[in-house]
Design a protein around this ligand. Structure first.
Ligand code: FPP
Length: 255
């Protein structure tokens, strides 16, 4: 209830443990902009794709951690609508990595009760990727422990425009009345339908911007940035982000 009390009475620790964060309510929905794969690779003298590979490996670990903490919703930004501008070689490698990732991880995700949903324009992805995605969504659809949203070919503005189109269509056909359109109705036309807005958004690799990610949904989301590159983001940083979240007094615009 009064988790902002941590601000006044508990000294901010330099190392945050799992026990520390379990003393207060956890964020129900965490989102991450997994940035810095390329810079991580360059800093080690590796090709960029080695960075993405290491990033995918790290994603596996952080998904496990979410399961361990009993976080209900987890959303990651894997490929934006702007990422097509990258060299073809890198785009192709990212797509193959995605297919490979789902192929190798699906059984474990199923076993761990993870329900997968891809948000973004899947129909514009290569056929092979689409097939893997649909298979993963179908085979995990009955799971309910952790709801994992992977943003792929995702853009926040595009999502909002798609929602507007859906609303206009349903209004024109008489299924929806103009006066019934409010925040709640609008949310139902987004890709994230039925998923609560993120409580905490983490961005790795130092940039302090939203980069067209969950624009509507992040209206009141707490933002936490670290300079650590995504492949090196670990449980230590995850706990620090959650601890900081628990210290902030969330007012939702009120007093
Ligand atoms: C940002 O790093 C990361 C991406 C554009 C892709 C994120 C992908 C993964 C973490 C792995 C693949 C995911 C799945 C689901 C298989 P960047 O390349 O922009 O890094 P830079 O800013 O240092 O160049």
């Amino acid at each position: 209830m009064f988790h902002h009390i941590k601000n006044f009475f508990v000294k901010k620790p330099t190392i945050v443990t799992k026990e520390d964060i379990l003393k207060d309510p956890l964020p129900q929905h965490i989102a991450i902009i997994m940035d810095g794969n390329g810079r991580w690779a360059s800093s080690k003298g590796f090709p960029r794709i080695a960075g993405h590979r290491a990033g995918a490996e790290n994603l596996r670990k952080i998904i496990e951690l979410c399961g361990d903490l009993k976080i209900h919703y987890f959303t990651v930004y894997a490929f934006s609508t702007e990422n097509w501008k990258r060299p073809k070689e890198e785009v192709d490698a990212l797509m193959s990595l995605l297919v490979e990732y789902i192929e190798t991880e699906l059984d474990v995700l199923k076993k761990n009760g993870v329900k997968i949903k891809i948000i973004g324009n899947v129909e514009e992805l290569p056929n092979k990727a689409q097939l893997q995605i649909r298979k993963a969504e179908k085979e995990t659809s009955i799971n309910s422990k952790l709801f994992l949203q992977i943003a792929l070919n995702y853009g926040g503005r595009r999502e909002i425009i798609d929602a507007v189109k859906g609303i206009v269509r349903d209004t024109a056909s008489g299924q929806l009345q103009l006066d019934d359109i409010d925040d709640n109705t609008f949310s139902k036309y987004l890709y994230t339908v039925d998923v609560p807005d993120p409580d905490l958004l983490i961005r790795t690799a130092g940039e302090k911007r939203i980069s067209n990610f969950l624009l509507w949904q992040c209206a009141y989301t707490e933002f936490w940035v670290t300079s650590v590159y995504w492949p090196e983001f670990s449980s230590k940083h995850f706990y620090m982000a959650i601890d900081e979240f628990q210290r902030r007094h969330r007012r939702f615009g009120g007093l």
